[in-house]
Design a binder for this molecule. Structure first.
Ligand code: ADP
Ligand code: MG
Length: 449
């Protein structure tokens, strides 16, 4: 067997053992560089993939290689063609507006597709928090309708869903200019549908979306409870899906957590690839800040960017906001930025979010679609008991409140009830990934809205 054949057979075996998304992200673009003196060198497209493969697939790869060629003792992953995670510098993307604020140059929306060209893959930073969603998006952009259909991306506010979805649209538009692509926020789609129903023009609306090669619907959670819209959307979805046309959806939560969604739509949403975006870690936040500084041509040092990244943890939109604020201050006052001055600007304009009992109750009932009366009641209904226990758990965990005080806030419950709830959720969260996910989303909402 040639080296190339050895590697192809290893890839074929790996493909059987890992999920399609993992395979596409990490293995698909690898190659064998050499086998010499018992050392195999595997070429990988970027340092991110190198690190990941070294950490997770080192042993496994050696084992498979040795089955094919027993002289192999060690394997190294080497970046052969650096696919930049960092974007190409584009000075034209930055300009100063009249009021002294720095901002993106006004990009023109494409009227036909409704896409904003500023959202591209090249300026999208990949980190552990979004790697799966990014990989799936790239795969979809490469072969719309063929890899994952639908693609369903979910995550909290300001974490990059819209950016990623539009990047797919823009990528397909530039690779295949003739393809029909449509981006639409769910609220707009709902209005279109309701208007068409009222004016008896539903067949025109159906015709409008017919043959859309890439149909992107943002924030689909807003379809909750809108039965007529759901019925019509189901029709549009099916007619596209049956023709292998690509559908891409985003939401602030996974399909199973969208309330008042018809079962048939939910199962359609779950029928393709579901990928989440979570909170970026510190390194990724710094990388994103660096990227924004490049785009906007801002002079901040690495020290300052690290300080900003450790101060603002909530989401990427706020991270960008912090940077813009700093840029405006520095420009107005005309002082060289230091870590201290930047931190004081951020703390004066960005008071720490205060969360309290009320906020937890409010977000919990919004999330589970309950009334305040219900969650505070003594109802033993399953759909009320769980949210109530989750709220109690969060009060203990996030506010460090005493059990009796939580009991009082939750409709005068006994402290033993609260203790029981806290223990129950703490135990379940370790075993039940769905619950873990639900609570993470809820926490994001509590801290971000
Ligand atoms: P969402 O739709 O999830 O609320 P957006 O896509 O609107 O979030 O992202 C908020 C802002 O953060 C946008 O300006 C977007 O360009 C930026 N952003 C989000 N994720 C990234 C990323 N990974 N790299 C670079 N910029 C990002
Ligand atoms: Mg969005």
């Amino acid at each position: 067997m040639t080296n190339e054949e050895i590697w192809q057979s290893i890839l074929a075996q790996t493909q059987l053992n890992v999920s399609p998304a993992i395979f596409t992200t990490w293995f698909k673009s690898t190659s064998i560089v050499s086998i010499e003196n018992g050392e195999a060198v595997i070429g990988v497209p970027n340092s991110f993939a190198k690190e990941w493969l070294e950490q997770k697939y080192h042993k496994q790869t050696i084992k498979l290689l040795r089955e094919a060629n027993e002289s192999i003792r060690e394997v190294f992953f080497r970046v052969v063609k650096e696919t930049p995670l960092k974007p190409i510098k584009n000075k034209n993307t930055a300009n100063a507006t009249e009021n002294g604020q720095l901002g993106f140059e006004q990009f023109k929306f494409n009227k036909e597709t409704n896409l904003n060209p500023k959202y591209s893959f090249s300026c999208f930073i990949v980190g552990p928090h979004n790697e799966l969603a990014h990989a799936a998006s790239l795969a979809v952009a490469e072969k719309p309708g063929e890899t994952y259909n639908p693609l369903f991306v979910y995550g909290g506010v300001g974490l990059g869903k819209t950016h990623l979805l539009q990047a797919i649209g823009n990528e397909v538009a530039s690779n295949s200019p003739g393809k029909k692509i449509r981006y639409i926020p769910t609220e707009k789609l709902t209005t279109e549908i309701i208007t068409a129903i009222r004016s008896g023009t539903i067949s025109d609306l159906r015709a409008k979306y017919l043959d859309t090669a890439v149909f992107i619907i943002d924030d689909i959670q807003f379809i909750s409870g809108k039965d007529r819209t759901q019925d019509e959307f189901f029709f549009i979805f099916n007619s596209l899906y049956n023709k292998n046309l690509q559908i891409i959806l985003s939401s602030d939560r996974p399909p199973k957590a969208i309330t008042e969604l018809s079962d048939r739509l939910r199962s359609r949403f779950e029928g393709g690839m579901i990928a989440d975006i979570s909170l970026p870690d510190f390194e990724t936040r710094v990388a994103i800040l660096k990227e924004k500084c490049q785009q906007l041509n801002l002079p901040f040092s690495d020290d300052i960017l690290s300080a900003v990244a450790s101060t603002i943890q909530s989401n990427i939109r706020e991270l960008e906001g912090g940077l813009t604020k700093l840029a405006a201050h520095i420009k107005l006052k005309n002082i060289p930025p230091t870590v201290e001055s930047c931190l004081s600007i951020l703390s004066s304009t960005n008071p720490k979010k205060i969360i309290n009992f009320k906020k937890i109750i409010q977000e919990t009932i919004n999330f589970y679609d309950l009334k305040e009366k219900e969650i505070l009641s003594g109802s033993r209904k399953k759909e009320v008991v769980k949210p109530r226990q989750v709220a109690m758990y969060l009060m203990r965990k996030e506010l460090n409140a005493s059990f009796p005080s939580i009991g009082r806030k939750m409709g005068n419950k006994d402290h033993t009830t609260v203790m029981h709830a806290y223990k129950k959720i703490s135990l379940e969260i370790d075993k039940d990934e769905n619950l873990q996910e639900e609570i993470n989303i809820l926490k994001l909402k509590i801290y971000n809205s």
